[in-house]
Write a protein that binds this ligand. Structure first.
Ligand SMILES: [Zn+2]
Length: 168
């Protein structure tokens, strides 16, 4: 397991659409191990492969209640709750920045485990929020894309600082 550098807002890789994973050998194992290690060290709730510079459809989410890491490859959203809830949401690629984002309360997804086994998961609340957030990362969508004009203005200084530092 290796702790990898977390890419921040401004990095081009965060805006790329990631590719499906087609082999579940050592390289994919390694990717998931690195995601897990990096997430734990960073103290976050979720981390997607593009955030460590890898354009593949993989992410990890911490299930705090069960004290375990959920690892998903090639996720697909099966069904979404019509009820939504707004909460403050952060991202390891946007340090110390939070946006109020509306998300469906529950989501059902299917995908593959880190070993390539098919799984279906239904989650709600904070976990559902994490799943939406991480799946969006795989399509290059970031929390700032949900932000209103006033929120962006509020965080403007920090956002400009990040872009200046990480945009090439
Ligand atoms: Zn994020």
């Amino acid at each position: 397991m290796t702790q990898r550098r977390i890419r921040k807002y401004g990095a081009e890789v965060l805006r790329r659409k990631s590719e499906e994973i087609s082999e579940f050998g050592k390289r994919t194992q390694r990717l998931f191990e690195d995601l897990e290690e990096t997430l734990i060290k960073a103290g976050g709730l979720g981390l997607a492969a593009p955030q460590i510079g890898v354009s593949l459809r993989a992410f990890v989410v911490l299930d705090r209640a069960k004290q375990k890491i959920i690892k998903i490859a090639n996720p697909q959203i099966v069904s979404v709750d019509s009820e939504t809830e707004i909460d403050m949401e952060g991202c390891l690629s946007f340090p110390e920045i939070f946006f109020a984002i509306s998300r469906p309360k529950r989501v059902q997804i299917r995908g593959l485990t880190d070993k390539g086994k098919e799984i279906g998961i239904e989650v709600e609340g904070i976990l559902a929020r994490c799943f939406f957030h991480e799946i969006e990362h795989l399509d290059g969508i970031l929390i700032i894309d949900h932000a209103g004009k006033r929120e962006k203005e509020f965080w403007q200084e920090k956002l400009i600082e990040l872009e200046r530092k990480y945009k090439k």
